[in-house]
Ligand binder design. Structure first.
Ligand SMILES: [Zn+2]
Ligand SMILES: [Zn+2]
Length: 104
């Protein structure tokens, strides 16, 4: 028996111009989104779930979650933190805007 109605994922490419992949450096990464559709007779009728956009590289097949981790590691390295409350501080602050502690 065939399943004629069901929820099927559908990958959508969100932009046409490739972006540079931070992992391998090639301009082969596209923003995509996986939406879930209610399909009947294999025809998508209704979008039931909209996925979060993610970047997937065609060359090395890394997804955005792995890239995000890399990005975060990079920004953490360059950012100063308040010694008292631990929040990230922008360059040029003399006082922490969150707790008021002087920034060394
Ligand atoms: Zn790549
Ligand atoms: Zn603080």
């Amino acid at each position: 028996m065939f399943l004629i109605a069901g929820i099927a994922p559908k990958t959508k490419v969100l932009d046409q111009s490739p972006r540079r992949c931070p992992v391998c450096g090639l301009v082969r990464a596209y923003y995509r989104r996986v939406d879930h559709y209610l399909s009947l007779f294999f025809i998508p009728l209704l979008r039931v779930k909209t996925g979060d956009p993610f970047l997937l590289c065609d060359a090395c097949e890394k997804t955005v979650s792995e890239m995000k981790r890399d990005y975060r590691a990079e920004t953490d390295r360059g950012q100063r933190q308040c010694k008292r409350c631990g929040k990230g501080l922008e360059e040029g602050f003399s006082y922490c805007p969150f707790c008021g502690a002087p920034v060394p």
